[in-house]
Design a protein around this ligand. Structure first.
Ligand SMILES: [Fe+2]
Length: 465
């Protein structure tokens, strides 16, 4: 909100603003004043400083703690064939390790050793899928390879529909002539018996994404309404310790042809100024995690580095605001217990991945958590090369190597919550109404819903603004 609009907002409440503070008074001050028990009709330097000192309305004594476990901060450099080879090797060997931990695959052999096996002999193998095609019977021929060789695998119709290129997968079956007849397809998945994160204090984490500040369709007022509610400390708001903002912070510029017609704010820095005003309303005792999405100013290729200091430099200076990469992993509230591990991924690979699997193509736009379950089973956030733009780093940052307690994705603008093997799944919706682009694509967003997880019980409340 620009200075004039803010001053008008004060005037509507019968409060005049002295010219000496007009340049720096903020939206957050407005909420501080609204929450103040004092009767205020004029703001000058002295009264503003007094109000800023009085944090009664938004401090609740709640202690918070955040540990960053995984955040990509590497620099953008030219990539060549070697980097791609290293990247795919890293992906293969790490996912292979998860598969080797599956009891069914404990006897898996290298593909190169298949030659020594007799016809119809039982066998288990692990490989990366290079391609597949359907044969007349409806079944699928899948080509898989490891570092020792390549083989064909015959897979039944239903299982074959779920296989995508570049995923790392295990097969149990029998050996044929230059082929393996698969009876079972096994994915890395997460074990049920594992250490689960916990906290012994009732504290909440709230999850938002796709705020799209600067878009004509953005409900910036809904985002502010949420921040205002948090600031009020009413009900659960008083127990919120963490707020996650998972990408597409602003609408950006030049993301698609004709986007300029959908913009309310045409300068990207000014779009981030609107975002800063929103964060300014959030009390400082709350840890705020900000990650980028495909509309933000960082590179499109994933992993995306954190938003740079040149946008929102004031927020970078705040101790409670953490700018992280996409994807990123953090552990929160690990005081006397291990804390709760949160995996954040904006979700750009969603469209390409969902499009390649009939079941997901039909159902995942209604319920994005279906795709999230699939990612967990494959232990990868973009199993198919080409579903996202990729920057091959020294390692594959999109492998889900640490099992999260909460997995949150945005991007689809659809809101849904679910649970898979003890992991809270959150598709964090949006603060943007249906855009003309989404109307053309037939995508219906679900704006204004915010998932809030009770970190002690892992129950989820939904706040609607
Ligand atoms: Fe978005």
């Amino acid at each position: 909100m620009d200075g004039n609009s803010l001053i008008k907002k004060f005037l509507k409440k019968g409060i005049t603003v002295s010219p000496d503070v007009a340049d720096y008074i903020s939206e957050r001050d407005f909420y501080r004043i609204m929450e103040s028990e004092k009767n205020i009709d004029h703001i000058d330097e002295e009264s503003l400083s007094e109000i800023r000192k009085n944090k009664k309305c938004y401090e609740n004594g709640l202690e918070t703690d955040i540990v960053i476990e995984k955040c990509f901060t590497g620099k953008e450099e030219g990539k060549d064939v070697d980097e791609f080879v290293q990247y795919f090797n890293d992906r293969f060997f790490r996912l292979k390790e998860f598969l080797m931990n599956r009891v069914e695959l404990s006897d898996a052999i290298s593909i190169g050793r298949l030659k020594g096996y007799n016809d119809r002999e039982d066998v288990s193998i692990i490989g990366m899928v290079s391609r597949k095609y359907k044969v007349n019977s409806g079944r699928w021929i899948v080509y898989v390879e490891d570092d020792t060789g390549m083989t064909k695998v015959l897979v039944d119709e239903d299982e074959g529909e779920w296989i995508v290129s570049d995923e790392v997968v295990g097969f149990k079956g029998v050996v044929g002539d230059d082929i393996v007849f698969a009876s079972e397809v096994i994915r890395p998945d997460v074990p049920l018996s594992r250490e689960y994160g916990e906290t012994d204090e009732e504290v909440y984490a709230a999850f938002l994404s796709d705020l799209h500040f600067g878009s004509k369709d953005a409900f910036g007022n809904k985002a502010l309404k949420f921040a205002e509610w948090v600031c009020s400390g009413k009900g659960v708001a008083n127990k919120i310790g963490y707020i996650f903002l998972n990408g597409d912070i602003v609408e950006g510029i030049g993301n698609y042809p004709g986007q300029e017609n959908d913009l309310d704010v045409h300068d990207v820095y000014s779009q981030y100024d609107e975002f800063r005003e929103f964060v300014d309303v959030i009390p400082e005792h709350i840890q705020v995690v900000v990650t980028p999405g495909n509309h933000d100013v960082v590179r499109m290729a994933e992993p995306q580095p954190p938003l740079p200091r040149k946008v929102c430099s004031e927020l970078h200076d705040r101790e409670n605001v953490h700018f992280l990469s996409n994807p990123a992993t953090v552990t929160i509230h690990g005081f006397s217990s291990g804390g709760i591990r949160v995996l954040l991924y904006h979700g750009y690979s969603f469209d390409g991945h969902v499009d390649s699997i009939p079941d997901l193509r039909e159902n995942a736009y209604e319920d994005p958590c279906r795709c999230m379950v699939d990612y967990i089973k494959r232990r990868h956030l973009a199993p198919m090369y080409g579903s996202n733009l990729l920057s091959p780093e020294d390692r594959d940052y999109l492998v889900i190597d640490m099992v999260p307690d909460i997995f949150v994705m945005g991007h689809t603008h659809g809101f849904s919550i679910s649970n898979y093997k003890g992991i809270n799944l959150i598709s964090s919706g949006t603060m943007q109404s249906q855009t003309s682009f989404q109307k053309r694509m037939g995508h219906k967003p679900d704006p204004g819903k915010i998932a809030m997880v009770n970190l002690m019980t892992r129950d989820v409340k939904v706040k609607e603004v």
